[in-house]
Design a protein around this ligand. Structure first.
Ligand SMILES: N[C@@H](CCC[C@H](N)C(=O)O)C(=O)O
Length: 277
């Protein structure tokens, strides 16, 4: 299987051009290629496919082989892939995902994509649609007991489910212990991605993420959007937020009039190769 390894601020995936390659059993392949000792090493696998509804389709899998509906860092890399490899000449493209068609604006420098702005669509705050089990319509700063300690979560879906937790100290967080406890907590019937966030000022936050199916990653695009929305809803920040992640920064803007979230960030190619499956 021919592949390209790419990353969006350190959130790395193996990308396969399925206009040319056929991948049988993508869940199994995702586990195999993601292994950092016995595989290529990545947070998962992303297949770029032809689409009837959009210019291309993105089909994404986490490192444990589970399928994700949407990937914010991945979709910017798909945009870079299709433009840089000449699959399109368009600088405004549409990409179908399991959470609907997304629209992207590409910035080109010296003939290559340097930055991508993605219309991430409407954030979902309704608990039953995230899904989070709750007796409330929305989960805004609601207490939850995780491993005997009380945390306050704000629930947001950006096509995939997120629980946002505010903390004073995220640097010394034992994320390897607490991340899985959130991910598998009975309040989250589809598991959850959890963002641990420290607010720096009214337009800047820093976060770490424990991703459903992949563990701690250096960045999560949908997570950054969920954090921006949660921070605005909780009154911590205003409409435009810089989200600082371990692998770099993303700019997120929530247009409240249109109820649309826009995310802007870079995408990079690391290397190309071929792997025997
Ligand atoms: N890293 C991604 C999100 C990937 C999917 C997620 N782990 C899930 O299963 O919901 C991003 O950049 O958004």
């Amino acid at each position: 299987m021919r592949f390209t390894k790419m990353h969006g601020i350190g959130n790395d995936y193996v990308y396969v051009n399925c206009l040319e390659e056929k991948v049988e059993d993508p869940g199994r392949v995702a586990k195999l290629v993601s292994d950092r000792h016995f595989g290529i090493g990545s947070d998962g696998l992303i297949l770029i496919k032809p689409s009837k509804n959009a210019d291309f389709e993105m089909d994404m899998y986490n490192a444990d082989g589970s399928r994700g509906a949407m990937c914010g860092n991945g979709i910017r890399c798909v945009a870079k892939y299709v433009y840089d490899y000449g699959l399109t000449q368009k600088t405004n493209i549409s990409i179908d995902t399991k959470s609907g068609v997304k629209y992207l604006e590409l910035t080109i420098d010296n003939g290559k994509v340097s930055l991508v702005k993605v219309n991430m669509g409407k954030p979902i705050l309704k608990a039953s649609q995230i899904p989070i089990h709750s007796d409330r319509e929305q989960v805004i700063r609601q207490p939850i007991d995780v491993e005997g300690r009380e945390y306050y979560i704000t629930g947001v879906s950006m096509g995939n489910p997120h629980a946002v937790v505010y903390m004073d100290d995220i640097k010394n967080l034992e994320i390897e212990r607490i991340g899985p406890a959130f991910e598998h907590h009975p309040a989250f019937p589809d598991r959850i991605n959890t963002e641990f966030v420290h607010v720096l000022d009214r337009s800047t936050v820093e976060m770490r993420v424990w991703e459903r199916g992949s563990g701690e990653t250096l960045a999560c695009g949908t997570g950054a959007c969920a954090v921006a929305v949660a921070s605005i809803v909780n009154g911590y920040t205003d409409g435009e937020v810089t989200v600082k992640l371990l692998g770099g920064d993303l700019r997120v803007f929530w247009d409240r009039k249109e109820d649309l979230v826009y995310m802007t960030g870079p995408a990079a190619i690391v290397f190309e190769g071929e792997i025997l499956l």
